[in-house]
Write a protein that binds this ligand. Structure first.
Ligand code: SF4
Length: 489
């Protein structure tokens, strides 16, 4: 059987054709020289690779080299195959190699041909909700015959509750226990830092699964103990509870340790047995076979030029305090806490990403491509494919609506409603002007004002634009925000 070269995000059994297939695993140091990744992300990836090599034993050739090219020269002469890699750079590299066969991608629920057929049939109107319904039907997930289980496709309306005062009723997630492989990874990363390789963020105990066993333990625990509370509070934020009832499965999914359809089937079984409510299960299923797959396919469908899209002419560089995760400098409680979460864990859930970090960048007009790079490097689950459309299309609205219907800009009122941040903040979420002006509230009006001409045709923000026209203090807000610039708020 031909030897399968597995990249570091292809580590589950579904990337092999048979359990005993010979394997090649490569640890390339050059990857870590190219970008300053979060220290905990570097640890997770190396730990996962080394754990997989240990599991496979003499079934795998495991090479630690400076580059992939150097590793391939060591095994030259032996034919290899590889599943379609997850970045353009890696795809182009493997396609140019002699003796290496590139197979279709794995690790996603929808195959490329089905996506292209769906997208081409939309005539330029791509919406995740439509793709998700198509996937539910095609994959027969949460369906009762031809109709969605429970009669509705989307139960989002039940899933937007603010955080409960008593905390989210979910058991804490199980955390991995580090072993001697992690000790070796930490020693190597310390040495690499001394040699000049840069990382961002703080080191800390490994918080995310590096093996399939750990990933399945987290998935089982989530479905049994946390899924019921996931849906209602999936958009809420609590300063003292970064995990809430989220699955914390994005990192092992993106390492390829879990097959997303397996996770979906387990969640659906919980609904069918009465162990979890449909709203929670539907929300989780939508994240996996809806949003995750949609983002993956758009990365390829939109082509290489999409990453440089900048329809809102956002030309300011990401400031150093944000780039370097200097959370302690900030007085804005929400942003300080979320940035500290990125620094200390390399992870915050999707609402802090979208409505605290992305929202702030969108309001200030920071360059979308720099934001993509920042998310890619700073999150344990960040990869080019996952961050490109999430940031360019959704969070920064740089494609002017090619994949979403409106910009995700919001003032402090949204953050106040969906979190407990504002109570302890020195700013006032209702205020847009003066020393207590919330940077999000002032930034929201400033964003609409700056982009009025580019957003005029968008019906979903028509009412906000009419409110903007009625603001008597708009000139003063404009001056205030120009003076605030990109200073840490
Ligand atoms: Fe964030 Fe504004 Fe609320 Fe402070 S008042 S926590 S800056 S939204």
């Amino acid at each position: 059987m031909i030897r399968r070269w597995l990249f570091a995000d292809q580590l589950g059994p579904h990337f092999l054709d048979a359990p005993r297939q010979p394997v090649l695993l490569v640890e390339s140091k050059a990857v870590f020289r190219r970008r300053a990744f979060h220290r905990q992300k570097a640890h997770l990836v190396l730990s996962a690779l080394r754990h997989r090599a240990a599991e496979l034993g003499d079934q795998a050739i495991y090479l630690r080299t400076e580059t992939y090219g150097e590793a391939l020269r060591k095994v030259s002469g032996e034919p290899l195959d590889v599943c379609h890699p997850t970045s353009r750079r890696a795809l182009s590299f493997v396609q140019d190699l002699d003796g290496v066969t590139v197979l279709p991608p794995r690790g996603f629920a929808t195959d490329p041909a089905s996506f292209v057929t769906w997208a081409d049939g939309r005539h330029g109107r791509l919406r995740m909700e439509d793709f998700y319904r198509d996937a539910r039907r095609r994959l027969d997930v949460l369906m009762d015959g031809d109709t969605p289980a429970g009669g509705k496709w989307n139960l989002d309306a039940e899933n937007r509750q603010p955080p409960p005062a008593s905390g989210v009723p979910a058991a804490p997630p199980p955390m991995p226990v580090e072993d001697e492989i992690d000790e070796g990874v930490r020693r190597d990363l310390d040495r690499w830092e001394r040699e000049g390789i840069r990382f961002v963020g703080r080191d800390g105990p490994r918080l995310f699964p590096a093996t399939r066993r750990e990933a399945l333990a987290r998935l089982r625990h989530f479905v049994e103990h946390r899924l019921p509370a996931f849906g209602p509070y999936e958009d809420a934020m609590l300063a003292d509870d970064p995990w809430m009832a989220h699955s914390l499965l994005s990192a092992p999914l993106n390492l390829g340790l879990i097959d997303p359809l397996d996770a979906v089937h387990r969640a659906e079984a919980a609904y069918r047995s009465g162990a979890a409510p449909l709203s929670s299960v539907e929300g989780f299923v939508r994240q996996l076979i809806g949003w995750r797959d949609y983002i993956w396919h758009l990365y390829w469908y939109f082509g290489s030029g999409y990453a440089a899209t900048d329809g809102l002419r956002a030309t300011r560089h990401v400031p150093v305090w944000f780039r370097d995760l200097d959370a302690d400098e900030l007085e804005a409680r929400c942003l300080s806490d979320v940035l500290a979460g990125v620094r200390d864990r390399g992870w915050v859930h999707h609402i802090p990403r979208l409505m605290v970090l992305g929202n702030y960048a969108l309001q200030r007009g920071w360059r979308p491509a720099e934001i993509v790079d920042w998310f890619h490097r700073s999150f344990v689950d960040g990869y080019e494919w996952v961050m490109t459309a999430n940031v360019i299309g959704m969070s920064q609205y740089a494609d002017l609506g090619a994949m979403t219907t409106k910009p995700y800009a919001a003032g402090g009122a949204y953050i106040n409603r969906m979190s407990d941040y504002c109570r302890g903040c020195r700013y006032d979420p209702r205020s847009r002007l003066g020393v207590n002006a919330c940077p999000y509230t002032a930034g929201y009006w400033s964003f609409l004002d700056r982009n009025r001409g580019r957003l005029l045709g968008n019906a979903r923000i028509g009412q906000a634009m009419r409110q903007l026209d009625r603001l008597e203090d708009l000139g003063a807000v404009r001056d205030q925000e120009r003076d605030r610039g990109d200073r840490a708020p």
